[in-house]
Structures are given as C-alpha cells and as structure tokens.
Design a protein around this ligand. Structure first.
Ligand code: S3P
Length: 434
C-alpha cells in the first residue's frame, strides 16, 4: 500500500493537466471501432484509460504509443470475442460503456474489476440493455461485477434514465448503434455529452432535442465509419484540484492551458465565482469538445448552495468543493448528490469522515453535506486512507496544503487512475510531498 506525506504549502503557478479521462476512454472505444488508423494526441496515460484501451485490444483493435501519440487501428465495426475476461480495473466508465458496445456487437464477454469497481451498481445498465434484448448476468452479491454479457440482434428503445448518468446514457447509445430501429435516451438533467460530440465528429448521426438524444441503429452489422485524428484536451476534473487550491488563497494565481472547457463539465467555475474567486477562461478551440485556458486568482471565499441541474456538471468535483467549503466563510451546502454514494467510494461518507479528522464542522445528509467554515484546521492524529478513491486522496492532499503540519495519506496508488503526475505537479506548484 503506497502512502504520501503532504506538507503545508502555498500553491500557485502554471500547470498542464493530463488528458481527459472521459474523452480518452470514448476515443479508445470509437477509434477501435473505426475503419483505419487514428492518431490520438493527449491520450490520458492513466490506469482507467489503459484498462479501456486494453479491453479494445482484446477485442481486435491494435494500439501503439509512438512519438508522444497513440495510434489505434480499428476493427471496422467487427469486434472479436475476447479469449479472457476483460479486466476493467477501477474504470466505471470503461465498464458501463463497453457493456453497451459488446451487448450490441453480439459477442459474449465477461467483465471483472478491482474491489472498488466490484462494489459499484451495474443494475442501472442491465435494465435498459435487457429491454433492448441482451442478457446481462451480474454474479456479484448486490447487482455488481463480475458481469457476463451476451447480446446481438438488439432492438432500439425509448428509455427515461432513472438517474442523471452520462455513463448509462452512453452505454445505451453505444448498444443502439447495433440495434434495429431508433434508440432514444431521455435524461432527467443534462449530463456530459462527450459521446454525442464524438459521434457527430465521426459522422454518426445523433439527434439532440433538449434532454432527448436519439440515433437510428445500423443493425447487427454495426456502424462503419472512417478513422480520424483526435486531440484529447486536458482533464477539467484534474484541473479542479488546483483551481480550488488557488481560489481559496488570497493573492495566489494559477494558469492552466489546454484544458477542457465543455460547459457540461465546468460548473465548478460557476461555484467558485459565486464563492468569490476571480476566474477567467479563454476558449482556444470550440470545433469539437471545447478547450482553452483558465486563470484563477485567489480570494476570501464565502459559502454557497450547490444543487439541482448543476450537480451532474460538477459531479466529480464535489469532494474538492467540500474542501472549498471548509475554507470558506459560512455554510456550503451540497444537495441532490446521492449519486456520490456510488462512485469509487461513498464520497459523502468518506469526505465527511475525513473533514472531521481535520476538525471541520460538517453535517452529513442523505444526498450531500453541509460544511461550515472557515475551519481552523487541526492535524489528523492518524494517517488518512483514500479507500482506493483517487479523488478523495487528491482532495485531502489539497486540504492539507492549507494546514500547518504534515499529514500522511495511505492507499494513494489509486491516483494513477486519473492523474499519475499529481504529486509531481503539486511539487511543481510549490508543494512538498514525500
Ligand atoms: C463519467 C460520468 C460520470 C462521472 C465519471 C465519468 C463518464 O459518472 O462521475 O467519473 O465518463 O461518462 P455518471 O455518469 O455515472 O454519473
């Protein structure tokens, strides 16, 4: 089990965050389905993105890292049945998206994952995929991995998502590519739309009407589309740690370049502005998934309420928003975020427990928490444990940069799933980590 000791520090400067985890995995899937070779620049060199790419290689795609780029040669719509189970590691996105794809392609696949992934609910994809005609076996104790998928000959469905989930939406759309007829997904709230944007960039027609996304299936042979080059922007969710680290520090400044600025991902910026931070963004390119530059100047923050439609657009940023709440004056309330309980860990329970170890006053609610600040941070008397959740480990590291003593965080190998350079970047921005 790996540990890091993080010392108090004043963070600021310039950083380039790694490639977007959601986009990287979708690019791996779609380039692997394409006809020809795609050059991918900026692909995330993290474990989740590697698990998804390896799974596609097991199903016939060829991938090669050469001269700072990834080259993927696709199977032209015809996936091969893998000889071994697909080991999805920690990746919920890879698991749910690939379940849809392989159900459509009509091959038989088993999927396994690490302890955290093996405790996450998969019933949410079983229901729509079975309505489309696939058969999904969940052999874990409570609707969890290991998962057996057998599909083929799917029919399109109209499906109202019971929860706002881009993973479930994308799972159904990928299955819908191989279905007969039209597939329509209706979302209760807008979620990240990377799948739809990539479909459009590959010439796969999707119709978007408010919260309704539809596509006409290509039938069991699946879609045929040509390979193209992709550039993956920096991951806004990785940038979020530094945005909060600087926004809550009066006088500090931060510049982040080439970072994703898709509005369905950046609601954290609205929250930080409401809390009093000074943030400027410049879009460099908006032809595909928009990206550009973020400049942050720190300030004395004040509490705010985060709820409703904002939640899916900052779902992965809620742990670090709770940290911002601990540093802000007054109450910061997170509501409507019960989905946090089924992420890589129960992020409500874990954040509440960890914040309390730092002496922060926080009330746990069923679907969120109320954090009172500004806290007079005390050094936890025990080592913290990430519980295998990368965003918990990174949030606690940022919080401790505001304290006045070192803290040790155990079980930090998980940070490699999304941000292998996190500790190096913390030092580059002025932090000290051993
Ligand atoms: C993701 C969607 C979100 C997010 C996850 C990545 C994606 O999950 O939390 O980290 O790539 O589609 P849900 O869609 O299940 O909320």
């Amino acid at each position: 089990m790996s540990s890091k000791t993080v010392f108090p520090a004043r963070l600021g400067g310039t950083v380039n965050v790694p490639g977007d985890k959601s986009i990287s995995q979708r690019v791996a899937i779609l380039a692997s389905l394409a006809d020809g070779t795609s050059k991918v620049t900026g692909y995330l060199n993290g474990e989740d993105a590697r698990s998804t790419l390896s799974a596609m290689e097991q199903m016939g795609a060829k991938a090669e890292f050469r001269d700072d780029a990834l080259y993927i040669t696709g199977v032209a719509g015809r996936l091969q049945q893998p000889d071994e189970p697909l080991d999805m590691g920690n990746s919920g996105t890879g698991t749910r998206l690939l379940a849809g794809l392989v159900a459509g392609a009509g091959i038989e696949v088993a999927m396994i994952g690490d302890d955290s992934l093996s405790s996450r609910p998969m019933g949410r994809i079983r229901q729509p995929l079975e309505l489309m005609g696939a058969s999904i076996g969940l052999t874990g104790k409570r609707g969890t991995l290991p998962m057996m998928i057998a599909g083929g000959n799917l029919k399109g469905i109209g499906y109202l998502l019971p929860m706002a989930s881009a993973q479930v939406k994308s799972c159904i759309l990928l299955a819908g590519l191989y279905a007969e007829g039209k597939t329509t997904v209706i979302e209760p709230r807008p979620t990240r739309d990377h799948t739809e944007r990539l479909f459009q960039s590959l010439g796969i027609p999707v119709e978007i009407n408010g919260l309704e996304v539809s596509l006409k299936g290509f039938g069991p042979k699946g879609p045929r589309f040509n390979a193209r080059d992709f550039t993956v922007p920096g991951d806004f969710s990785s940038a979020a740690f530094w945005i909060v680290a600087v926004a809550a520090r009066p006088g500090a400044e931060l510049l982040i370049e080439n970072v994703g600025l898709n509005a369905r991902r950046t609601a954290l910026l609205d929250v930080m502005r409401r809390m009093g931070a000074d943030i400027e963004t410049t879009v460099t390119d908006a032809t595909g998934d928009p990206y550009g530059t973020i400049k942050v100047r720190g300030a004395v923050l004040k509490g705010t309420v985060i709820e409703g439609d904002e939640i899916p657009n900052l779902i992965d940023e809620l742990p670090i928003i709770a940290v911002a709440g601990a540093l802000a004056e007054g109450k910061t309330e997170i509501r409507d975020a019960a989905e946090l309980r089924v992420k890589e860990s129960d992020r409500i329970a874990e954040m509440v427990m960890n914040l309390r170890l730092f002496g922060v006053e926080v009330e746990e609610t069923e679907d969120g928490m109320i954090v009172s600040g500004p806290a007079l941070l005390k050094t936890p008397s025990v080592a913290l444990n990430s519980k295998g959740d990368h965003r918990i480990a990174m949030s606690m590291a940022v919080l401790n940069s505001f304290s006045d003593a070192a803290v040790t965080i155990d079980n930090v190998g998980c940070v490699d799933t999304s941000y292998p350079d996190f500790w190096r970047h913390m030092e580059q921005l002025g932090g000290k980590v051993t």
